[in-house]
Design a protein around this ligand. Structure first.
Ligand code: TRP
Length: 363
């Protein structure tokens, strides 16, 4: 069976380092591994509209921002097909058919949707499109016969829902759809990178994100004002590394070679952590090290983005070509789905002949 990747992001803002360590970095590695027959990266504008119906301009402006962030990180349109969800109407048709295979109570149990409903104050009146977006996500994944979906941990319930739909569909209509596997980051700190304020979720409104497009100075400022251990007041105090954002970020970003380069007094992160817990190590020193590590990783991304920002028309052309390719692939799956469901009236000569025969016999 072909090895196919599909994944994507909602274009509601620029992408931040949570997206980067949670999924983007892995996608680039997978892309460059050459192990996959096909890679689709989708800008999920239609899904973004499920909770931004009153603000389509926000979604419209951020499609290009996400495309720029993708390419800046190393997603290469020559190797991966980047496309925009709303331009593939086949996805809506698949969603319509899949909706019949899912119950409302099952949708209401989805933990990610549940917490999003709470966060958005939707409890009193949930937009139906929002409640059902996991079904549309199942359409996104199955339309491309994806075998692997590299995403963050919060997407686990969507993949679970997709697998249920695939099994239900294949059980009723015969083997048609492919069951996908989720691919999570293998580094625990990358599963859910906290905001710079230590809050569990990075969000634009909390102003606690480091964006891939932030300037060197912005990144430095955000790191230097990061949440650490509130009880670590004097340098000599013993400090906690658990729940200490600076150390969580080091878990996500630092490699042993960084120590040799920027902090040669320590062999590795374990040694640094041990000193911090013992007392005698100040936050500023650790933050400066984190800054060096992160700047090294982010500088090439920032520079590539700067160049790409001068090629907006070319990037739209690339997206247009990506949409055409994605549409062709989705159309093929939709045809198979309709054939399996036998909603292919005009292509089925035997249906017409049999129905005619039934009436002719009665004459
Ligand atoms: N739900 C994803 C997000 O919140 C975006 C998305 C839409 C997606 N369809 C997808 C991700 C299909 C993976 C596969 O960013």
């Amino acid at each position: 069976m072909a090895k196919i990747i599909l994944t994507g992001d909602r274009p509601t803002g620029r992408l931040h380092i949570g997206h980067y360590v949670g999924s983007l970095k892995r996608r680039v590695e997978l892309q460059n591994s050459g192990e996959f027959d096909k890679i689709y990266i989708m800008i999920a504008d239609a899904q973004a509209l499920t909770d931004n119906a009153d603000n389509p301009e926000k979604v419209r402006q951020n499609v290009i921002e996400v495309a720029l962030d993708y390419m800046a990180c190393g997603i290469d349109p020559a190797k991966s097909t980047i496309f925009i969800q709303s331009q593939i109407p086949e996805l809506c048709e698949l969603t319509t058919f899949y909706l019949n295979l899912v119950t409302v109570s099952r949708l209401q149990r989805n933990p990610t949707v549940k917490s999003e409903i709470k966060m958005r104050d939707f409890e009193a009146s949930i937009p139906a499109g929002f409640l059902t977006y996991p079904v549309s996500q199942a359409a996104d994944i199955t339309a491309f016969k994806a075998t692997v979906v590299p995403v963050g941990e919060d997407q686990m319930p969507m993949i679970e829902q997709t697998r249920e739909i695939v099994n239900r569909f294949n059980g009723i209509y015969g083997e048609t759809l492919v069951e996908p596997e989720i691919l999570l980051p293998d580094n625990k700190a990358c599963l859910r990178l906290p905001g710079t304020d230590g809050k569990a979720k990075m969000s634009k409104s909390l102003n606690n994100c480091i964006y891939l497009s932030d300037s060197e100075e912005d990144v430095r400022k955000k790191i230097m004002s990061m949440y650490t251990d509130p009880d670590h007041i004097k340098v000599s105090d013993p400090g906690k590394v658990e729940g200490n954002t600076v150390f969580t970020y080091l878990d996500a970003f630092s490699k042993p070679e960084h120590f040799e380069k920027y902090l040669p007094d320590y062999k590795d992160l374990d040694e640094l952590k041990a000193h911090y817990m013992r007392g005698g190590l100040g936050d500023v020193k650790v933050k400066k090290f984190l800054n060096a590590v992160m700047q090294e990783e982010l500088a090439p991304i920032r520079e590539r983005r700067k160049q790409l920002e001068q090629q907006i028309p070319e990037i739209y052309e690339m997206l247009k070509a990506g949409c055409a390719e994605a549409k062709a692939a989705a159309a093929e799956t939709l045809k198979e789905v309709k054939d399996a469901m036998k909603i292919n009236y005009f292509d089925d000569a035997s249906l017409i002949a049999e129905q005619q025969a039934k009436y002719s016999e009665q004459q």
